[in-house]
Ligand binder design. Structure first.
Ligand code: IPE
Ligand code: IPE
Ligand code: MG
Length: 238
């Protein structure tokens, strides 16, 4: 399938889901599903950059995912450690700038350092921006933004009537990042799972049964073709 005459969405957000189900189908441990998912992520960052997508925002670990078994959380942390280094290479080779959204202080010091290295080491790249959402929750992000905003307003004695949507959005982790045009969720669940609650207000949704480790460039192209068939409205009339 080609993408001739297709509009490439400027910002694609992804809920990568189904690593566990993929492993279960094969009768292998969940951690193996996560490993396969990390490999898919690596190839998809490159594919998205080559397609000319401007921003690619992927949900890697939610604020709720800490509730999984200690064994699974540990396996995920080990994979972060390994794939952060690989991602630095992929990003550097593809002129990709990496940003992180979420609350990183809950991670182990070496993971925080790895994230900083990834962001710092790619900050001058001028191609696609790959946004990785880790220890991310939409509600947590909004609460943290509200805290920072209240603190600033108190310190400066500002009038709260100057707070508008634009100002509030500048306190979110996604400051300066445009809202997603297309949200892809793999593995068929019809929910947002606390992802980008503010930013997805008018985003087009595309849910596929494809499990994340099976996702590939062709699946991304299918989502973009579906997106091109949508009529975007933003609450107005055509
Ligand atoms: C997504 O796969 C990866 C993370 C949430 C970290 P899941 O682990 O949620 O896979 P399923 O939903 O159990 O299949
Ligand atoms: C959402 O997937 C979180 C990530 C993809 C990182 P989950 O698998 O955690 O979401 P639920 O539990 O099915 O809603
Ligand atoms: Mg899941």
């Amino acid at each position: 399938m080609g993408l001739e005459n297709m509009v490439i969405p400027a910002h694609v957000a992804v809920i990568l889901d189904g690593n566990g189900r993929w492993a279960k189908k094969r009768g292998i441990p969940r951690a193996m599903g996560h490993k396969a998912g990390c490999e898919t992520l690596e190839t998809m960052v490159e594919a998205a950059a080559r397609m000319g997508i401007g921003y690619f925002t992927v949900y890697g670990f939610s604020t709720e995912n800490w509730k999984r078994s200690a064994e699974e959380v540990k396996a995920l942390m080990q994979l972060f450690r390994y794939y952060m280094v690989r991602l630095l290479k992929v990003a550097s080779e593809n002129n990709v700038r990496v940003k992180m959204i979420g609350e990183k202080s809950r991670f182990a010091p070496d993971i925080i350092e790895g994230i900083d290295r990834l962001v710092e080491g790619t900050k001058d790249n001028t191609g696609m921006t790959f946004v990785i959402a880790v220890n991310y929750g939409g509600r947590d992000e909004i609460v943290r933004a509200a805290r920072k905003l209240v603190k600033d307003y108190r310190e400066n004695g500002e009038d709260v009537s100057t707070i508008d949507e634009k100002l509030f959005a500048s306190y979110l982790d996604t400051d300066k990042i445009p809202d997603p045009d297309l949200l892809i969720r793999t593995s068929g669940e019809l929910r947002l799972s606390n992802y980008l609650l503010w930013q997805l207000a008018y985003t087009e949704l595309y849910i596929t049964e494809c499990l994340w480790p099976d996702f590939n460039q062709e699946e991304l192209e299918k989502a973009i073709v579906a997106y091109n068939g949508r009529e975007r409205r933003f609450g107005g009339r055509k």
